[in-house]
Design a protein around this ligand. Structure first.
Ligand code: C2E
Ligand code: MG
Ligand code: MG
Ligand code: MG
Length: 291
């Protein structure tokens, strides 16, 4: 009996594992092909200044426009791209495309904004990253002050000495540095103080219930005070309601990002948004007076 069971397990498990491995290989292969075929597209999501209601930045968010499966979210392919190293060419393509796009918008007379680009762990760990970023800025002609690089709190805290060296070099070039998904990792506060960080982006999970959950409200309030004391700005991610916006403004949060104002959009739709009066969101009644 036991033997039968063992045998069954063996038969059951083995093809399953093979399936997983071949699925992954297939995914790796199709990411590579997708990159060659130009199947990746960047969506853009505005970042708004809470005191003026103006768009001050745009976050570049990658999607995969798969010929059969349609639009695929980054959660489904970034981890495999990261494990296989494909994130290096993919990430470089994203950075170059986002910088180029921002420069084109500026050349076309849109008000200048920061372009925020996410860096994965593997990308950030490259010794050549600073050189690559410098080359892309030079190639695209984008002034470094209009580039923001986002790394997650967990990436930043992995090897603080390396992170510190890297961030200082990037900041010296004039690039804005943001810590993404802040609050979900384990930052030592003494490290946080020593890193050249311009912006803390409070993770969406803390914003979701700020109105109903006093604990989340206190956490957010505390992060804002902490950031300001360390001379950093704060962006709140995932703002979906007017109540959340009001609370964040009351607490002195600097910038917001979320569906309340706009979902991530294709470049052409962002252009439409930038040229329309909705550049000023209705929840900023006073902003039109500053026009
Ligand atoms: P992230 O960098 O924290 O990006 C914010 C995510 O929150 C985006 O998901 C965005 O669509 C979503 N979001 C923004 N506002 C709201 C809101 O009001 N409600 C809700 N429910 N969601 C909101 P997305 O685009 O699916 O990206 C997920 C993650 O994938 C990103 O999180 C980032 O970690 C990663 N990612 C996206 N693009 C890139 C990229 O170009 N390179 C790398 N390395 N990672 C990327
Ligand atoms: Mg991000
Ligand atoms: Mg984030
Ligand atoms: Mg997040």
């Amino acid at each position: 009996q036991a033997k039968d069971l063992g045998k069954n397990n063996y038969q059951f498990y083995e093809p399953n594992m093979k399936d997983r491995i071949s699925q992954r290989l297939a995914l790796e292969h199709s990411i590579r092909r997708g990159l060659e075929q130009g199947e990746f597209v960047i969506y853009y999501q505005p970042l708004l200044d809470l005191s003026t209601g103006k768009i001050v930045g745009i976050e570049a968010l990658i999607r995969w426009n798969h010929p059969r499966k349609g639009l695929i979210s980054p959660a489904e392919f970034i981890p495999v791209a990261e494990e296989t190293g494909l994130i290096i060419p993919l990430g470089e393509w994203i950075l170059r495309s986002a910088c180029k796009r921002n420069k084109v918008w500026q050349d076309n007379g849109y008000p200048p904004m920061r372009m925020a680009v996410n860096l994965s762990a593997r990308q950030f760990q490259q010794q050549k990253l600073v050189k690559k970023v410098a080359r892309i800025l030079e190639e695209t002609g984008l002034d470094p002050r209009w580039l923001e690089l986002e790394i997650t709190e967990s990436i930043a805290m992995k090897d603080v000495e390396f992170t510190s060296k890297m961030l200082f070099e990037l900041q010296k070039m004039g690039i804005t540095i943001a810590i993404d998904d802040f609050g979900t990792g384990y930052s030592s506060l003494s490290y946080l103080k020593r890193l050249p960080i311009d912006i803390l982006k409070i993770d969406r999970s803390f914003i979701r219930d700020i109105i109903s959950d006093p604990d989340d409200a206190s956490i957010v309030k505390t992060i804002i005070i902490l950031a300001h004391n360390l001379k950093m700005k704060v962006t709140a991610e995932g703002v979906e309601t007017q109540e959340q916006l009001n609370y964040l403004r009351q607490q002195g949060c600097d910038e917001i990002q979320g569906y309340l104002f706009s979902k991530p959009l294709p470049g052409e739709e962002i252009e439409a948004l930038l040229s329309s009066s909705s550049l000023y969101h209705k929840s900023f009644p006073s902003s039109n007076q500053n026009l």
